[in-house]
Design a protein around this ligand. Sequence first.
Ligand code: EPZ
Length: 434
Amino acid sequence: MEKYVINGGKPLQGEVDISGAKNAAVAIIPAALMVDGICRIENMPQISDTDMLLTILTQLGAEVRMICPGTIEIDSRNVRFCDAPFDLMRKIRASYYLIGAMLGRFGSAKTTMPGGCNFGVRPIDQHIKGMNALGAQVDVRNGFVYAEAEGGKLHGAKIYLDKVSVGATMNIILAATMASGRTIIENAAREPHIVDLANFLNSMGADVRGAGTDTVKINGVERLHGGSYSIIPDQIEAGTYMVAAAATGGEVLVKNVIPKHLECISAKLRETGTIVQEYEDSVLVKGNGHLRKANVKTLPYPGFPTDMQPQMGALLCMANGTSVITEGIYDNRFKYVNELRKMGADIQVDGRIAIFEGGAKLTGAPVMACDLRAGAAMVIAGLCASGKTEIEDIHFIERGYENFVGKLRKLGAGISIVDYPDEPELHEKVISIG
Ligand code: EPZ
């Protein structure tokens, strides 16, 4: 079993390069299924979620070639509709994008109900609503999702989403790309990774307009041709390093970012007294060791991202004064609070609201990563705490952060991955440093 072991108390110093956006990549890989040619994709984050999806595509018959680290080619021309590796699909949330892509390519799809981080009920009713509107019969039974386009091909439709949903917006875009006629999605999500998916599809010959606004229009095309594309930098990975720099009182230049995508995070950090300087493709974050309290409410983009909520929670434990976080997207995204309490944090949770009595002097402890971003929060807390913190279940963290330990060690963090064999009596052995 692998753990992170962190000896905290050192301010992060130096530069960090941000990788490609996970939540764009996990939609772009399924989108490549629809391309009648070779897709060359650059800035592909090397994380377990993308590895999993690329394996699924390979098992569906696609050819996936690594050109160099971060650059791959996908050739889906020989993909045949068949039962995909359901054991892999069930492990990640983004497997639902295979529904839209398969319907777009084959007119039918069979996937598992999606997996992913468990912080409350995560239905896919808006996805199904969209597919039904496009002319697909969708059945969910025995943990599988079966979809069949009437007459073998989807048709355009006007769809009003009852809820702003990133996944449903992207899935409907995928399915509508090669439907006959025009599709309009109203009340669409506006995240940067939705724009990135649309730009990828358009570079392959699709006609998607308005992505990034709440109304997206897709004119179906007959075919998608091959081409090249580079994925945008990861807004949440960048935000995580920004918060870590602020929380540890360090000074970090976060490089290869789009500052516009980080505006809500930068603004919130400035509220805590942190200096954030924006440049063309980087932001400089200077902590000052005396964090002010701040209140956070997570909202769809361009509001404060829910995927940055746990990381801010770790920081606010140490801020002076009482801070309040209101989780506006999920029912139960405060499971990490219990882990922070083990390190001395004073936090009260009531439903979607958490109250942080700041000023905590965190102390190292054995803790768990409850999910991907909760795990990142525990790393930030460990970096700030005095003494040693051990974090188990780091597989969650490895899903969304490329070379997390290596990048943090380059910033001076005292962090390493240690393998603890299952037998407790055996001594721990260090298997890798960064
Ligand atoms: C995506 O999840 C991201 N995952 C999540 O990031 C992120 O937290 C979320 O968007 C919000 O930004 C991927 O992109 C793979 P939603 P998704 O559909 O698509 C409800 C991370 O840490 N809803 O925007 O599942 C839903 O329950 C992960 O990288 C419905 O009710 O999010 C939630 O309350 C965690 N019906 C809200 O809408 C639906 O059909 C927003 O969900 C779909 C969603």
